[in-house]
Design a protein around this ligand. Sequence first.
Ligand code: CA
Length: 422
Amino acid sequence: MTQLLLSWIESANGADTPFPLNNLPYGVFSVGEGDLRCGVAIGDRIVDATGLEAAGVLRADADADVLDAPFWNDFMALGPAAWDHYRAGLTALLSAEASEADQDQVVTYSVPMAEATLHLPFEVTEYTDFYAGRHHAVNVGTMFRGAENALPPNWLHIPIGYNGRASSVVVSGTDIRRPWGQLKGPDDEAPRWAPSARFDIELEMGAIVGQASSGPIGVDTADGNIFGYVLLNDWSARDIQAWEYQPLGPFQAKATATTISPWIVTKAALEPFRCDTPARVHELLPHLRDTSPMLYDIELAVTLTPQDGAVSTISRTNYNEMYYSAAQQLAHHTTSGCPMRIGDLLGSGTISGPEQGNRGSLLELSWGGKEPFALADGRVRSFIEDGDTLTLQGAAHGDGYRIGFGACTGTVLPAHDDPFKG
Ligand code: CA
């Protein structure tokens, strides 16, 4: 395992900073009323990548200004060789070995993170969400269909997914308004129109496709096409979902919002933390078999903070619990010939572990609302209440350093008045 790489920016050298020189995640920031700019997190600062490019200090492309944009999509389009070359250039500028002249340039083109507002780091061109965590699928299947029929017969052979809405994706810190929807009445009663009373989170990782493809691609090519990862919260209205999901899957239950963390942690930064997917129950068909470690050891946690309340950690789990890697999901996604675009976002599916405290949704934590769980301050929860702030955290842990993602957080606001009432 690699060691902490030292930077001349002191705040990047602690064991606790999420953003050491080993990380260098990509985001989009603004200061005050200023323009949105591409930035790189290092310690407690943001390096202005747009400014460094314009000044000719560090360019990703010799001819085109790919970072003169409020997103990293044009940079992704340059491809993996350029990604590596740029990262090497950044590392040299920020390393403890950097010349004083280089350090002066970076000081000119950097801002304190505390003064910046963070925005979506890339233009989300498409969004697909999978259902690839086995513990989650077994838990939900058991609640809805009984233990005997928990996993549908296809589940152990393909990563199940649905096409989501790119327009629903928002950056961490965006408030989430409780949705209205059509909810099933008890037994034979007619459905009713009401605010969701079973509003929930799903703890997921999001993989960002950094290279376009126009036909079926194998798992190795898919792994190479992934640019990086973010934390992802797939806000879910369980009561809307329960009524609408048959036969075509989730629709309005998942369309309110999807929150992602503000920094793209690159595949390069996660390289030391690759791990294998869990043992297969059935051998996959050859085109979906992983040929090397393509999952990652990333520790994850969920906190819930009631309005005017204390923070409670309600779940801890790890991305390595997933049954399918993002590379397998992307490969499967293309089997029909489905074109993939730069900026395509692939949600992993809810990440739950084997124990009660490892569950990645309130639906599972409260077992469908039947077993409300306690918060630190003595309150209990089954589903989200108005004013609750839900936060996902994630980090890969190296030798004396960590690769952090930055928080993926959102506060749930009360539903608006009935939008269809005079
Ligand atoms: Ca989901």
